[in-house]
Design a protein around this ligand. Structure first.
Ligand SMILES: Cc1ncc(COP(=O)(O)O)c(C=O)c1O
Length: 234
């Protein structure tokens, strides 16, 4: 068994090592998928690995390589892949109608349970992706505080909403001084004013963090933190 680090991002243990099908799929993807991947953060040199099956703690790629999945969909599949109770609940939901674009009754019960289980979640709103959840949180923080700027960690990834798609993996020559990083947009086409309204905090530097937050304290609506920076290999 070989240890395999996918750019330090997905830490997996690989049993055998052929990738020809993944390579072929990527060639095809380049013709049909914008940028070759559905999320830029899944792109890896020389090509992403394509997965075809997941069960428990294991995932299998299209070349038949088996991995122990240490990431479990960024924690979303914390019970393991294909956990029977989750699978049964999803199957049951299909019988009742998957989505009607209106409020589902079960949404009230689930929100109630989440509020009971998570003391800081006084109220709940579901979203389809982490990006949407972050966007909602930023809107709420701005609405509540009446301030606009968002602080985020250099190297942190919080989805692809414009005001966090900044300085996730900035190039060293553009990133500015280590204790005073400058915001570097991760993509062309972001909203105007992103760089002026996002404050970058260096990871694991308490002194600089205190100074930067203090300098912007009257303008900051929120500070967003990826507590374990899995997207930067922590
Ligand atoms: C910490 C963190 N926040 C937000 C997101 C964005 O989530 P999504 O890809 O569901 O939009 C991710 C995705 O990897 C993430 O790791």
């Amino acid at each position: 068994m070989q240890m395999f680090f996918n750019d330090n991002f997905v830490c997996l243990f690989m049993v055998s090592g052929r990738f020809s099908r993944s390579m072929m799929l990527f060639e095809e993807a380049n013709r049909y998928v914008a940028g070759g991947v559905h999320s830029n953060f899944r792109y890896r040199e020389p090509h992403p690995i394509y997965f075809s099956r997941a069960r428990g703690s294991r995932i299998w790629d299209v070349d038949g390589n088996e991995y122990i999945d240490c990431v479990i969909n960024m924690g979303a599949c914390i019970l393991g892949h294909g956990y029977p109770k989750v699978v049964d609940a999803v199957k049951d939901a299909l019988d009742y109608g998957l989505t009607v674009g209106l409020e589902p009754d079960i949404g009230v019960e689930v929100s109630k349970q989440l509020s009971r289980m998570i003391p800081s979640a006084e109220s709940v709103r579901f979203s389809n992706t982490g990006t949407e959840a972050v966007m909602h949180a930023i809107h709420i923080a701005r609405g509540f505080t009446g301030r606009y700027k968002i602080a985020k960690l250099e190297g942190g990834y919080n989805g692809w909403y414009d005001y966090v798609l900044v300085s996730s993996h900035p190039s060293i020559d553009k990133a500015g001084p280590p204790d005073e990083p400058v915001p570097i947009p991760e993509s062309a086409g972001l909203a105007r004013g992103v760089a002026e309204n996002v404050v970058i905090i260096p990871f694991n530097n308490i002194e600089a963090t205190e100074r930067i937050i203090s300098n912007h304290r009257d303008e900051l609506a929120a500070i967003i933190v990826e507590p374990v920076m899995v997207n930067s290999g922590c």
